[in-house]
Ligand binder design. Structure first.
Ligand SMILES: Nc1ncnc2c1ncn2[C@@H]1O[C@H](COP(=O)(O)OP(=O)(O)OP(=O)(O)O)[C@@H](O)[C@H]1O
Ligand SMILES: [Mg+2]
Length: 269
C-alpha cells in the first residue's frame, strides 16, 4: 500500500498566533514528509498544536513561516480556484462533526455537493442516487431514511458515518482525521476506524490521524509523529516510537495506556 512517493511534505512550518506578550507559538518549525498510502498519526497532549497544523495542511490557516509541498511541488493555493482544486486532494474529518456541516442543507444536498466537487454535477439523477446509496451503504446508513433529513437530526455516530460517506464520494488523496472517534463509544469507534482503513484500501488514500491516543496510533499507523509544544519531538515507525520511545514526553503519553507497550503475559491467563 505504502509507496515511496512523497505526497505531502513541509519544511520549517510555523504558526504564531497573536503579538508581543500575547504571542502563542502553536506550531514551531516542523518538518515532515508523508508518503502515498502511508498511515500517519500525529500524537500529542491537548494544546500541542495538532489541530493548528491540520488546518495549515488543509489550507484553512496560513502558516507564519515555512513551506508546504504537495505532490512534489510548492503548494500554491493563493487563488480561490487553486484552493478548490487542492481540496479535491485533501479532506478532513473534524473533532466535532456537527461543525463541518452547513446546517441549512439536507443530507442529500450535502452528498450531491460531493458528487459535484468530483465533477459529477451533470450525471443523470438516477446515477447520482445510485452513488449516494452506495456511499451510505458503505458506512451502514440507509440512504432512503436520510434523504429528507438535516445533519443535526442524526445521532453523533450517524453524523460521523455521514462524514465518512462524504469522503467515500470525494475520494481525496489525503484524509486528515482530527479525533474522528472521540465522541462515540469504543465499539463504534473500532467500526469507524475499520471503515476508514477500508476506504484507504479502496481509494488508495493517505490517512493522517490526529489524536491524544497513542494506543490508537500504534494500532493503525505506519509512522507516528509525537508533538509537544508545537514541535515534533520524536517520529518514526509505530514500533520504534511506541515500543522504544526515546523521549520522556512520549513515555508519559504511553503511561496513560499502561498495557499496550508491554509484552502480553499469557502465562497468567
Ligand atoms: N485561533 C487561535 N488564536 C490564538 N491561539 C490559538 C488559536 N488556535 C489555537 N491557538 C493556540 O494554539 C495552541 C495549539 O492549539 P491546537 O488547537 O492546535 O491544539 P491541539 O493539539 O489540537 O489540542 P487538542 O488536543 O486539545 O485539540 C494552543 O495554545 C491554543 O490556545
Ligand atoms: Mg485539536
Amino acid at each position: 500500500m505504502k509507496s515511496d512517493k512523497v505526497i505531502l511534505s513541509g519544511k520549517g512550518v510555523t504558526k504564531i498566533f497573536g503579538f508581543g506578550s500575547n504571542k502563542t507559538v502553536a506550531v514551531d518549525h516542523v518538518d515532515f514528509s508523508f508518503r502515498e498510502g502511508e498511515v500517519i498519526s500525529i500524537v500529542g497532549e491537548s494544546g500541542s498544536g495538532k489541530t493548528t497544523l491540520a488546518k495549515i495542511l488543509l489550507g484553512l490557516l496560513k502558516q507564519t513561516e515555512g513551506e508546504i509541498y504537495f505532490d512534489g511541488q510548492l503548494r500554491d493555493i493563493r487563488s480561490h480556484s487553486k484552493k478548490k482544486a487542492y481540496w479535491q486532494n485533501i479532506q478532513a474529518i473534524f473533532q466535532d462533526p456537527f461543525s463541518s456541516y452547513n446546517v441549512f442543507r439536507k443530507i442529500d444536498a450535502v452528498l450531491l455537493d460531493c458528487i459535484r466537487m468530483r465533477g459529477g454535477g451533470r450525471l443523470p439523477y438516477d446515477k447520482k442516487r445510485e452513488m449516494m446509496r452506495e456511499a451510505c451503504s458503505f458506512v451502514n446508513l440507509k440512504f432512503d431514511e436520510l434523504t429528507n433529513k438535516y445533519p443535526f437530526e442524526l445521532s453523533g455516530g450517524q453524523q460521523q458515518r455521514l462524514m465518512i460517506a462524504r469522503i467515500f464520494l470525494l475520494k481525496p488523496k489525503i484524509l486528515l482525521a482530527d479525533e474522528p472517534t472521540s465522541m462515540i463509544d469504543a465499539c463504534s469507534r473500532a467500526t469507524i476506524l475499520d471503515m476508514l482503513m477500508d476506504l484507504r484500501n479502496e481509494v488508495g488514500m493517505t490517512p493522517i490521524f490526529i489524536t491524544h491516543d497513542i494506543g490508537l496510533a500504534y494500532y493503525v499507523s505506519d509512522t507516528v509523529y509525537i508533538m509537544e509544544h508545537g514541535k515534533f519531538v520524536e517520529s518514526g515507525s509505530a514500533d520504534a516510537v511506541i515500543l522504544h520511545p526515546k523521549k520522556q514526553y512520549t513515555q508519559r503519553l504511553l503511561s496513560d495506556v499502561p498495557k499496550l507497550h508491554e509484552e502480553w503475559d499469557l502465562s497468567t491467563v
